[in-house]
Design a binder for this molecule. Sequence first.
Ligand SMILES: Nc1ncnc2c1ncn2[C@@H]1O[C@H](COP(=O)(O)OP(=O)(O)OP(=O)(O)O)[C@@H](O)[C@H]1O
Length: 256
Amino acid sequence: MLEVENLVMEYGGFRAVDRCTLTAEEGHITGLIGPNGAGKTTLFNLIAGAIEPTSGRIRYMGEDITHLSADKRFHKGLVRTFQIPHEFHRLTVLENLMMVPGHQAGESLFANWFAWGKVAGDERETERRAWETLEFLELTHVADERAGNLSGGQKKLLELGRTMMTDARLVLLDEPAAGVNRTLLRKLEEKIAILNKERGYTFILIEHDMEMIEKLCHPVICMAEGTVLIEGDFQTVRSDPRVLEAYLGETVGDAA
Ligand SMILES: Nc1ncnc2c1ncn2[C@@H]1O[C@H](COP(=O)(O)OP(=O)(O)OP(=O)(O)O)[C@@H](O)[C@H]1O
């Protein structure tokens, strides 16, 4: 589904991503691990189109998207979440979900003037989908709460919910476990697994929480110094001496 080929991202003379080559298969949850500064988030920024690579290629569903705008990638179902959630903190949880879909009739002035019926219809459909999303995430009780007042874990669930309001096919999750308490963490894992198995979402997941990686991800890719060190199942990657060395003597499980 995604092919990254010899990707390079240079800042001044420094290569944050250095001839990185990897693939992510449709239907899988691919785990991306590696020590701080390995280039994982920069790679996500490149895949999502937030920044342009110095060189190399990115293909998504057979199409070269290396120079496609982030917006166009989003509308092709390539969606990302952030390490620090990007909710609209003054809006309610429900409103946050309803803000997401692109191409709503109400977005265009033309449609506002000439298609009132359709606009109202679209809004009803968006609201229906938002409630369905809240139910799936077990967040209906905070629907009218300002998003800024949610706990860290609830914000991560909301962020996942925002991707569900789009027609996402490949979702890039940047550290979904960061700042989430244990109870909500299990719920988040459960929801990601259901979205993958039952709803056909493909994920790439950056995470320092090795328990989450072990539970959800196959394969696991370990990056270091901007490039891929090793790819395989969790146990193989975890016990590879190069991986342990990359984490500079820490055990992989302590790396967070
Ligand atoms: N805009 C930038 N300008 C200069 N250097 C940058 C920029 N963005 C990232 N870097 C550098 O690139 C390297 C890779 O950073 P990146 O955030 O991608 O790593 P990471 O693997 O996501 O780390 P972490 O696990 O800590 O989030 C780091 O050394 C970082 O300082």
